[in-house]
Design a protein around this ligand. Sequence first.
Ligand code: SF4
Length: 239
Amino acid sequence: MQLKIFGKGFNYSQDGPGNRLVYHLSGCNMHCPWCSNPEGMKPSGSEPPYPIKDIYNEILSSSPMFFEGGGVTFTGGEATLQPKPLLALLKMLKGANINTCIETNGTSPDLPQLFEFLDHLIIDFKHPDSIKLKQITGIGNETIKQNILAAKNYGIDTLVRIPLIGGFNDDCPLDFAEFLKTANAKNLKVEILKYHEYGKDKWKKLGLDYKMQNAFVTDEQVIRLKETLKSNQINIINT
Ligand code: SF4
């Protein structure tokens, strides 16, 4: 079995705890106009697929670097679009006692099948209104909500990420709170990420049109969302 990967490298504490080897898996089923990795949105034909045995060996030989609770993280693109080789590799890694994490947009109905082989889950919750989410990214939030609730019930260490984006989701803190309070549990935390334009140059280099405009949010907007979530007993992490 093989995985298509468009990038990899070490990252400290951004993609799960500690120092982690992060693999960016090719292809995404959403098309967020702010995506910071647009090169990963399409499954590329030019990237050579990597046998999972080779990836496994690379991870094992990198394990001395997994300090402070580190390990391996699979992100994208969208990692769950290659479900069979990802599941097989996660099983091998758990057999070798490697700390595992995935970052996902949460749209795969099969996501809970991975929980048994994961130490950490990072899942986006981009918009509480399914219609608005679908208008902008192409996919609604029903499965995402189901997966967040499944993660809560399973007890897996879960970080729900809200990318706060002006003109998209910065006007509905109460709606975020209304759903997230149903997912409230010790194992589940929420992180708010302010809109940034780190991917803008990549869009241009790829010949793509970066359509986002005036999407920066203020510190006050972040505080407003945080305070709304906190007043609903939702665990927020400060980053
Ligand atoms: S879900 Fe993530 S990887 Fe996919 S397009 Fe959106 S921001 Fe990019």
